[in-house]
Ligand binder design. Structure first.
Ligand SMILES: [Zn+2]
Length: 275
Protein backbone atom coordinates (compact mmCIF):
# COMPACT_ATOMS: atom_id res chain seq x y z
CA UNK A 1 0.00 0.00 0.00
CA UNK A 2 1.55 3.30 -1.12
CA UNK A 3 0.86 6.38 1.01
CA UNK A 4 0.23 9.86 -0.31
CA UNK A 5 2.95 12.25 0.82
CA UNK A 6 2.07 15.69 2.14
CA UNK A 7 5.38 17.29 3.02
CA UNK A 8 6.88 15.02 5.66
CA UNK A 9 3.56 13.34 6.47
CA UNK A 10 2.47 10.08 4.88
CA UNK A 11 -1.27 9.44 4.60
CA UNK A 12 -2.58 5.90 4.11
CA UNK A 13 -6.16 5.13 3.16
CA UNK A 14 -7.58 2.05 4.91
CA UNK A 15 -11.15 0.79 4.71
CA UNK A 16 -13.63 -1.09 6.84
CA UNK A 17 -15.71 -2.14 3.82
CA UNK A 18 -18.53 -0.32 2.12
CA UNK A 19 -22.22 0.55 2.48
CA UNK A 20 -25.02 1.13 0.01
CA UNK A 21 -27.84 3.65 0.31
CA UNK A 22 -30.88 4.75 -1.64
CA UNK A 23 -29.82 7.93 -3.40
CA UNK A 24 -33.16 9.68 -3.05
CA UNK A 25 -33.55 8.81 0.64
CA UNK A 26 -30.01 9.83 1.55
CA UNK A 27 -30.24 13.04 -0.50
CA UNK A 28 -33.96 13.73 -0.12
CA UNK A 29 -35.43 16.80 -1.77
CA UNK A 30 -33.27 16.75 -4.92
CA UNK A 31 -34.78 16.31 -8.39
CA UNK A 32 -33.64 14.13 -11.29
CA UNK A 33 -32.52 17.36 -12.94
CA UNK A 34 -30.19 18.17 -10.02
CA UNK A 35 -28.30 14.92 -10.69
CA UNK A 36 -28.05 15.26 -14.47
CA UNK A 37 -24.36 16.33 -14.58
CA UNK A 38 -23.26 13.46 -12.35
CA UNK A 39 -23.11 10.31 -14.45
CA UNK A 40 -21.83 8.12 -11.59
CA UNK A 41 -25.00 8.82 -9.59
CA UNK A 42 -27.81 7.98 -12.01
CA UNK A 43 -28.88 4.74 -10.29
CA UNK A 44 -31.34 4.44 -7.40
CA UNK A 45 -28.59 3.17 -5.08
CA UNK A 46 -25.05 4.32 -4.50
CA UNK A 47 -22.10 2.91 -2.58
CA UNK A 48 -19.98 4.65 0.03
CA UNK A 49 -16.59 3.54 1.27
CA UNK A 50 -16.24 3.14 5.05
CA UNK A 51 -12.85 4.79 5.01
CA UNK A 52 -10.28 5.61 7.64
CA UNK A 53 -6.87 7.23 7.30
CA UNK A 54 -3.51 6.73 8.99
CA UNK A 55 -1.41 9.88 9.18
CA UNK A 56 2.19 8.96 9.86
CA UNK A 57 4.67 11.68 10.80
CA UNK A 58 8.06 11.58 12.54
CA UNK A 59 6.33 12.23 15.86
CA UNK A 60 2.98 10.46 15.67
CA UNK A 61 0.77 7.80 14.12
CA UNK A 62 -2.81 9.01 13.98
CA UNK A 63 -5.74 6.81 12.94
CA UNK A 64 -8.75 8.80 11.77
CA UNK A 65 -12.08 7.01 12.48
CA UNK A 66 -12.61 3.29 13.12
CA UNK A 67 -15.42 2.18 10.78
CA UNK A 68 -18.42 0.01 11.64
CA UNK A 69 -16.49 -2.94 13.04
CA UNK A 70 -18.79 -5.67 14.35
CA UNK A 71 -21.64 -3.32 15.30
CA UNK A 72 -25.22 -4.45 14.72
CA UNK A 73 -26.98 -2.06 12.37
CA UNK A 74 -29.56 -1.74 9.62
CA UNK A 75 -27.19 -0.36 6.99
CA UNK A 76 -26.64 -2.46 3.85
CA UNK A 77 -22.97 -3.41 4.01
CA UNK A 78 -21.71 -5.64 1.14
CA UNK A 79 -18.19 -5.85 2.64
CA UNK A 80 -17.25 -5.36 6.29
CA UNK A 81 -14.64 -5.67 9.07
CA UNK A 82 -11.63 -5.10 6.83
CA UNK A 83 -10.09 -2.26 8.88
CA UNK A 84 -7.62 -4.25 11.01
CA UNK A 85 -6.28 -6.34 8.08
CA UNK A 86 -5.87 -3.15 6.02
CA UNK A 87 -4.02 -1.41 8.86
CA UNK A 88 -1.67 -4.41 8.84
CA UNK A 89 -1.27 -4.25 5.06
CA UNK A 90 -0.30 -0.61 5.41
CA UNK A 91 2.56 -1.78 7.66
CA UNK A 92 1.14 -0.82 11.06
CA UNK A 93 -0.05 -2.75 14.08
CA UNK A 94 -2.78 -1.53 16.46
CA UNK A 95 -0.01 -0.94 19.05
CA UNK A 96 1.66 1.61 16.73
CA UNK A 97 -1.30 4.01 16.84
CA UNK A 98 -0.76 6.78 19.39
CA UNK A 99 -3.88 8.80 18.59
CA UNK A 100 -7.31 7.72 17.37
CA UNK A 101 -9.06 10.81 16.07
CA UNK A 102 -12.85 10.50 15.72
CA UNK A 103 -14.35 13.04 13.27
CA UNK A 104 -17.79 12.61 14.86
CA UNK A 105 -19.78 10.09 16.89
CA UNK A 106 -21.88 8.35 14.23
CA UNK A 107 -21.68 4.56 14.31
CA UNK A 108 -19.73 4.18 11.05
CA UNK A 109 -16.82 6.12 12.60
CA UNK A 110 -16.41 4.47 16.01
CA UNK A 111 -17.12 0.75 15.49
CA UNK A 112 -13.60 -0.57 16.11
CA UNK A 113 -12.74 1.65 19.10
CA UNK A 114 -13.20 -1.28 21.50
CA UNK A 115 -12.76 -5.05 21.05
CA UNK A 116 -14.51 -7.86 22.91
CA UNK A 117 -12.03 -10.40 24.33
CA UNK A 118 -12.44 -13.43 26.64
CA UNK A 119 -11.32 -11.19 29.51
CA UNK A 120 -13.68 -8.35 28.62
CA UNK A 121 -13.79 -5.25 26.42
CA UNK A 122 -10.44 -3.58 25.74
CA UNK A 123 -9.38 -0.62 23.60
CA UNK A 124 -8.47 -1.95 20.14
CA UNK A 125 -5.53 0.48 19.98
CA UNK A 126 -3.96 -0.12 23.40
CA UNK A 127 -1.37 2.69 23.33
CA UNK A 128 -3.63 5.39 21.93
CA UNK A 129 -5.41 8.34 23.38
CA UNK A 130 -8.75 8.79 21.62
CA UNK A 131 -9.97 12.27 20.64
CA UNK A 132 -13.61 13.37 20.29
CA UNK A 133 -15.10 16.87 20.23
CA UNK A 134 -16.71 17.96 23.48
CA UNK A 135 -19.91 18.96 21.63
CA UNK A 136 -20.40 15.51 20.10
CA UNK A 137 -19.57 13.86 23.42
CA UNK A 138 -22.23 15.83 25.27
CA UNK A 139 -24.91 15.23 22.63
CA UNK A 140 -24.28 11.53 21.99
CA UNK A 141 -23.85 10.51 25.63
CA UNK A 142 -27.30 12.06 26.25
CA UNK A 143 -28.69 9.92 23.40
CA UNK A 144 -26.90 6.74 24.49
CA UNK A 145 -29.87 5.32 26.39
CA UNK A 146 -31.90 4.96 23.18
CA UNK A 147 -31.42 1.74 21.23
CA UNK A 148 -30.24 3.53 18.09
CA UNK A 149 -27.32 5.00 20.01
CA UNK A 150 -26.46 2.04 22.26
CA UNK A 151 -23.17 1.71 20.35
CA UNK A 152 -21.96 4.76 22.31
CA UNK A 153 -22.10 2.73 25.53
CA UNK A 154 -20.10 -0.08 23.92
CA UNK A 155 -17.55 1.83 21.82
CA UNK A 156 -17.14 5.32 23.33
CA UNK A 157 -18.16 5.53 27.01
CA UNK A 158 -15.56 2.91 28.14
CA UNK A 159 -12.76 5.11 26.77
CA UNK A 160 -13.86 7.91 29.09
CA UNK A 161 -14.14 5.48 32.01
CA UNK A 162 -10.56 4.34 31.35
CA UNK A 163 -9.32 7.94 31.19
CA UNK A 164 -8.07 7.68 27.60
CA UNK A 165 -10.69 9.85 25.90
CA UNK A 166 -9.62 13.44 25.31
CA UNK A 167 -12.37 15.97 24.60
CA UNK A 168 -11.36 18.91 22.42
CA UNK A 169 -12.94 22.24 21.52
CA UNK A 170 -12.55 24.26 18.33
CA UNK A 171 -9.19 24.33 16.58
CA UNK A 172 -6.81 22.06 18.48
CA UNK A 173 -3.35 20.73 17.67
CA UNK A 174 -3.32 16.93 17.35
CA UNK A 175 0.41 16.77 16.58
CA UNK A 176 3.01 19.06 15.00
CA UNK A 177 1.54 18.92 11.50
CA UNK A 178 -2.10 18.13 12.31
CA UNK A 179 -4.80 20.53 13.54
CA UNK A 180 -8.54 20.04 13.97
CA UNK A 181 -10.75 22.09 11.64
CA UNK A 182 -14.29 22.48 13.00
CA UNK A 183 -16.90 21.69 10.33
CA UNK A 184 -20.15 21.49 12.34
CA UNK A 185 -23.59 20.64 10.99
CA UNK A 186 -23.46 16.92 10.18
CA UNK A 187 -23.16 16.69 13.97
CA UNK A 188 -22.68 19.66 16.31
CA UNK A 189 -19.00 18.89 16.99
CA UNK A 190 -18.11 17.38 13.62
CA UNK A 191 -14.43 18.04 12.91
CA UNK A 192 -12.20 17.77 9.87
CA UNK A 193 -8.39 17.64 10.08
CA UNK A 194 -5.89 19.95 8.43
CA UNK A 195 -2.45 18.49 7.73
CA UNK A 196 0.22 21.03 6.90
CA UNK A 197 3.86 20.12 6.29
CA UNK A 198 6.62 21.91 4.37
CA UNK A 199 4.17 24.13 2.52
CA UNK A 200 1.92 21.26 1.44
CA UNK A 201 -1.59 20.78 2.80
CA UNK A 202 -4.27 18.11 3.02
CA UNK A 203 -7.72 18.13 4.55
CA UNK A 204 -9.49 15.03 5.81
CA UNK A 205 -13.07 16.21 5.43
CA UNK A 206 -14.89 13.58 7.51
CA UNK A 207 -18.62 13.69 6.73
CA UNK A 208 -18.59 17.36 5.69
CA UNK A 209 -19.12 15.68 2.28
CA UNK A 210 -20.25 12.15 1.37
CA UNK A 211 -19.98 12.10 -2.44
CA UNK A 212 -17.78 14.00 -4.95
CA UNK A 213 -20.65 16.07 -6.48
CA UNK A 214 -20.87 17.97 -3.17
CA UNK A 215 -17.53 19.68 -3.98
CA UNK A 216 -19.62 21.82 -6.36
CA UNK A 217 -23.09 21.34 -4.84
CA UNK A 218 -22.16 22.50 -1.35
CA UNK A 219 -25.84 23.19 -0.57
CA UNK A 220 -26.65 19.46 -0.88
CA UNK A 221 -27.02 18.48 2.78
CA UNK A 222 -28.00 14.82 3.12
CA UNK A 223 -30.67 13.46 5.47
CA UNK A 224 -28.21 12.42 8.25
CA UNK A 225 -27.00 16.04 8.67
CA UNK A 226 -28.47 17.27 11.98
CA UNK A 227 -28.30 20.96 10.99
CA UNK A 228 -28.51 21.14 7.20
CA UNK A 229 -27.94 24.89 6.94
CA UNK A 230 -24.86 24.75 9.13
CA UNK A 231 -23.45 21.69 7.37
CA UNK A 232 -23.87 23.45 4.00
CA UNK A 233 -21.89 26.43 5.37
CA UNK A 234 -19.16 24.15 6.69
CA UNK A 235 -19.04 22.25 3.39
CA UNK A 236 -18.68 25.48 1.40
CA UNK A 237 -15.97 26.70 3.80
CA UNK A 238 -13.92 23.51 3.63
CA UNK A 239 -14.23 23.13 -0.17
CA UNK A 240 -13.24 26.81 -0.65
CA UNK A 241 -10.24 26.28 1.61
CA UNK A 242 -9.12 23.12 -0.22
CA UNK A 243 -9.46 24.83 -3.61
CA UNK A 244 -7.75 28.06 -2.53
CA UNK A 245 -4.84 26.31 -0.81
CA UNK A 246 -4.43 23.63 -3.52
CA UNK A 247 -4.74 21.13 -0.70
CA UNK A 248 -5.22 17.41 -1.13
CA UNK A 249 -8.80 16.36 -0.32
CA UNK A 250 -9.11 13.10 1.62
CA UNK A 251 -12.56 11.63 2.18
CA UNK A 252 -13.48 8.39 3.90
CA UNK A 253 -16.81 8.13 2.08
CA UNK A 254 -15.73 9.10 -1.47
CA UNK A 255 -14.79 6.14 -3.69
CA UNK A 256 -11.72 4.40 -2.23
CA UNK A 257 -8.95 5.41 -1.67
CA UNK A 258 -10.63 8.82 -1.42
CA UNK A 259 -7.76 11.13 -2.35
CA UNK A 260 -8.20 13.89 -4.91
CA UNK A 261 -7.85 17.51 -5.93
CA UNK A 262 -10.41 20.20 -6.69
CA UNK A 263 -10.19 21.77 -10.13
CA UNK A 264 -12.31 24.33 -12.02
CA UNK A 265 -13.84 23.18 -15.28
CA UNK A 266 -16.14 25.76 -16.95
CA UNK A 267 -16.80 27.49 -13.61
CA UNK A 268 -17.71 24.23 -11.88
CA UNK A 269 -15.59 22.83 -9.08
CA UNK A 270 -14.80 19.17 -9.77
CA UNK A 271 -13.22 16.52 -7.59
CA UNK A 272 -10.51 14.73 -9.58
CA UNK A 273 -9.26 11.52 -7.91
CA UNK A 274 -5.48 11.11 -7.67
CA UNK A 275 -4.36 8.70 -10.36
ZN1 LIG B 1 -20.11 8.57 7.99
Amino acid sequence: MIPVQVGKANIYSVSDGNMTFSRDTFFNGLSQDDWKSYSDYQGSEFAMNVGSFIISTHESTVLVDTGLGKLDHQIKQPTRETLLPEINEAGFSPEDVDTVFITHLHLDHVGTNMTDTPSGWIPTFPNARYMVSREDWSLFTRLSNSEAFSYIKQQVQPLMDKGILELFDGETKVSGEITTLPTPGHTPGHSSLLISSEGQKAVIVGDAAHIPPQAQETQWSPSPDRDKELSAKSRAMVMDLIEREHALLASGHFPSPGFGNLVRVESKRLYVPLS
